[in-house]
Write a protein that binds this ligand. Sequence first.
Ligand code: ADP
Ligand code: 5GP
Length: 190
Amino acid sequence: MGENPDTRTPLVVVLSGPGGAGKGTIARALVEGDDRLALSRSWTSRERRIDDVADAYVFVDRATFEERRDEGGFLEWNEFLGCFYGTPTPDIDDPRDLLLEIDVAGGRQVLERLPDALCLFVDAPDDEELVSRLVGRGDSVEQAEARVREAKRERGEAEQLGYLRVINDDLDEAVARITNLIGEHRRLNG
Ligand code: ADP
Ligand code: 5GP
């Protein structure tokens, strides 16, 4: 059955998971391989880090964030470690499906507004591998262990919300699996 690209409603795909699981790496590969998928650029009130890619976020101060939030300018938002993060309300003129890389609390809000969203929880094969990736990326062992504890909590919340879990062991396999899940979701909901 062919879909009419002029009338279909864009789908939202949510990628959540522990820091270090590989969400950013996977998100980049997904949008590079799919012209119909756009990566949403979040706003944040946190300071820019030296390892942030140039277009990682729209960096704003707290007052600017709160102003947009109070005008209803975010699809979802959350406060994490004292900083605001939010997904700008999608541009209705953009026909592409939208990929959000956000935490599970944000995923919950997306599901409340868009129950058809596809929610995926990207995870490392085990905690040891998660710590090794985080330390490899520059975290201290203490920071990495704190993230592992947070990951355990988020895993439970994601399961309750009906997220599908994707283990990022071999990167290419994880990208292929998610590409298939998005394709299947488009066939069912597009
Ligand atoms: P996240 O966005 O979830 O915090 P990143 O995409 O920044 O995670 O990945 C964390 C680190 O793990 C990076 O150094 C990345 O290159 C590495 N990485 C990602 N996927 C894999 C994988 N399948 N196997 C090994 N290392 C990986
Ligand atoms: P970081 O500061 O490491 O870039 O991101 C911290 C956390 O905020 C990560 O779990 C990331 O997925 C989440 N995050 C990034 N952007 C958003 C957003 O727009 N909304 C929500 N709810 N979480 C976000």
